[in-house]
Design a protein around this ligand. Sequence first.
Ligand code: SAH
Ligand code: SF4
Ligand code: F3S
Length: 435
Amino acid sequence: MAKKLFIETLGCAMNVRDSEHIIAELSTKEDYELIERCEDADLILINTCSVREKPVQKLFSEIGQFNKKKKPDAKIGVCGCTASHLGEEIIKRAPYVDFVLGARNVSKITDVIHRKGAVEVDIDFDESTYAFSDYRNTPYKALINISIGCDKECTYCIVPATRGEEISIPPELIIQEASKAAKSGAKEIFLLGQNVNNYGRRFSDGRRKIDFSDLLQMVSEIDEVERIRFTSPHPLHMDDKFLEVFASNPKICKSMHMPLQSGSTEILRAMKRGYSKEWFLDRAFKLRELVPDVHISTDIIVAFPGETKADFEDTMDVIEQVRFEQIFSFKYSPRPLTKAAEMEPVDPQIASERLTRLQNRHMEILDDITAAQKGRVFDVYFDELKSGGMVSGRSDNNFIVQVRGSEELLGKTLPVKITEPRRMVLYGEVLQQES
Ligand code: SAH
Ligand code: SF4
Ligand code: F3S
């Protein structure tokens, strides 16, 4: 009888993909099957995120809970970015943890499950050409890694210390994977990396032939691929060629993540982001001009050390000017192994006030954007059943759209008229069935 695997995934899309790789390796090579209750599992894995302090604090209480609930002989493994960063300290603090597997060591999963006390957290390990077995959470879209690691040195960010130096995955492997996934029904391909538009800078074998714009074109030439999305691009590398390919290729979805972090050129310099407020605005305006219906999302860190009131006003000013469709905003959280951790923090009260003001203003902008969608028609690719007889999908420009319906809509792209727009979901009606 197959052994049972429970896996909890925290953090970003790269972790979601790493978990899929773990499930794939364990089900094809070790006869595990995925289950949903940790109480019944033979192996409990938690795939962790280290990007802010809170999730790391939660980790130890969470693995303590798993230890209480688990079957007596079940194993517990800690994977992901916190595994990379804390390493054997995890087993010292929680001796019932059986092994620790770092974010860049996923291919070693079938080995560490057999070695009690194993700690595999080498951030120089190169998995860029490893052929993982196949598993996807959904048949309708495929997450595909195009690079591992990150070569930037943003002074607040722990990721380079948990995922190591950036290496691009060879284009032929990406195309092979995309082609296979699309032929088996994943019409949407989601390309992943910490810095996708820096693609092609370094391969394991030293060659350098193509950049991200070329890769996008290559993926779009696969007949069965209907939609291409990607995350995260870096504003610094949004050159004209990239924006023009983005605008002109009909398969590339018209939704761009532009992680601003701060609107103040001074703070951007202290963060080592490599661009100014003016550059960011220039790119965002160019994008809105090239693709009038584009959806722009962003990440913002409020109260980075040294952020003055005037710096924060610069961030608010960018929000007014760009009118982002989506903002992921966070209070700065000091992280070990980063330069900013040594800098003088902003008063926590002021930090909270700034975050609230930013989020409130964004909600007002979002309400305007949402209301303007009433009566519009979007092509929606349906990929998820929801409760209450609803089916969910996304418009090309990334609005979440739900309609009444059943399984038969899944995997189809259909025109939907928006009847009731809400902040998080636009509700609508399918106009006609696909012929
Ligand atoms: N490579 C991506 C970011 C990955 S981390 C990029 O450059 O956009 C995801 C987001 O977490 C970041 O964009 C940033 O906004 C946030 N973040 C990273 N470190 C943080 C910290 N120390 N405190 C608060 N937020 C942080
Ligand atoms: Fe972190 Fe910057 Fe790399 Fe993004 S680009 S993962 S924020 S170091
Ligand atoms: Fe978190 Fe690691 Fe992703 S720190 S955001 S899981 S790269």
